[in-house]
Design a protein around this ligand. Structure first.
Ligand code: R5P
Length: 305
């Protein structure tokens, strides 16, 4: 094998710069042209052969276009005998990790299976929707979490007197638990049900059993904002003095942020797995750790302004 390259587009320039500077990796980039009919053309800046390649690909927004680009890049790099390591900070299609209704295709399994036909050695991603996805993948997945840096950020930036962590549903319980342990406080889990036909979410009212508390609602992602808004409304009904919406992946579709504020959220805080207006935590150090860079401690966890 030859050199190690980090391949990225403009959206990941800063991240690629931090990683390559610490580890001495070479940098290459790719750019795209999108044609009027929606087709996309990808152009690599270097002809890379027989090397280790770390491909950083942000998959949101425009998930489907990004998947086509990912396939083109992976196929091309594979044909030139490179060993490919993918860094996909947000792994799309991960919520369809089961056949919820008869006949539904398990989207994440299909996506990972297609990738496994190429020389993809590993995938690094963040707060994957469900850990069960690992067992359906032929490719080794490293699931990094942004929960720890998010909790540290809240702890340092807000000196909260009586925090209470809230999980908006059963699926987010482990995240809420580790978040609460960093803050040294309790957590509660709400019961949420989603209508599998319409997508509508209903969250059961709950007596949180605390007074004069700051509610910190922790989830892997906010998409339409329905789950987080329901949890915020329940926190307010329970008398929360402040409500924090904290999550890793800020999909924030349409007026999702407005929906959260209307439901009583005071602060929206996320990581930069997806570039967004509410990012307070940088994921570079976690990626460096996952890649196994010895010098990763030098990549400081930047608190973004
Ligand atoms: C679902 O189980 C996830 O963990 C999130 O709670 C959900 O995807 C958020 O979606 P939305 O913002 O549309 O409610």
């Amino acid at each position: 094998m030859g050199d190690t390259f980090i391949i990225h587009d403009d959206d990941s320039n800063e991240l690629a710069e931090k990683l390559s500077k610490e580890a001495g990796f070479k940098k290459a980039n790719y750019n795209r042209t999108i044609y009027p009919d929606g087709e996309t053309k990808v152009r690599l800046s270097e002809d890379i052969t027989e090397s280790d390649v770390i491909l950083i690909k942000r998959m949101y927004p425009e998930i489907n276009r990004n998947i086509v680009e990912l396939m083109m890049l992976v196929e091309n790099l594979d044909s030139k005998h490179n060993a490919i390591h993918l860094v996909l900070p947000y792994l799309p299609y991960a919520r369809q990790d089961k056949e919820f209704l008869h006949g539904e295709i398990i989207s994440i399994k299909s996506l990972l299976n297609v990738l496994s036909h190429f020389n993809v050695k590993s995938v690094i991603t963040f707060d994957m929707h469900s850990i069960a996805i690992k067992s359906m993948s032929k490719i080794n997945i490293t699931n990094v979490s942004a929960i720890k840096p998010l909790a540290k950020y809240i702890k340092e930036a807000f000196k909260l007197a009586n925090p209470m962590v809230i999980s908006p549903d059963k699926g987010a319980e482990e995240r809420a638990k580790s978040f609460a342990s960093i803050l040294g406080c309790s957590y509660v889990v709400l019961e949420k049900n989603r209508n599998r036909e319409t997508g509508e979410v209903v969250t059961k009212r709950k007596d949180i059993g605390a007074i004069n508390f700051e509610a910190i609602i922790v989830d892997d992602m906010v998409s339409t904002g329905g789950s987080m808004a329901n949890a915020a409304a329940i926190a307010k009904q329970n008398g929360a003095s402040k409500v924090f919406a904290v999550f890793t992946h800020a999909l924030l579709i349409n007026d999702a942020a407005k929906k959260l504020y209307s439901a009583g959220v005071d602060y929206i805080i996320s990581s930069n797995t997806i570039i967004n207006d509410y990012q307070k935590v940088d994921i570079a150090e976690e990626i460096a750790d996952a890649i196994g860079l010895e010098s990763s401690t030098h990549i400081k966890n930047v608190i973004l302004q």
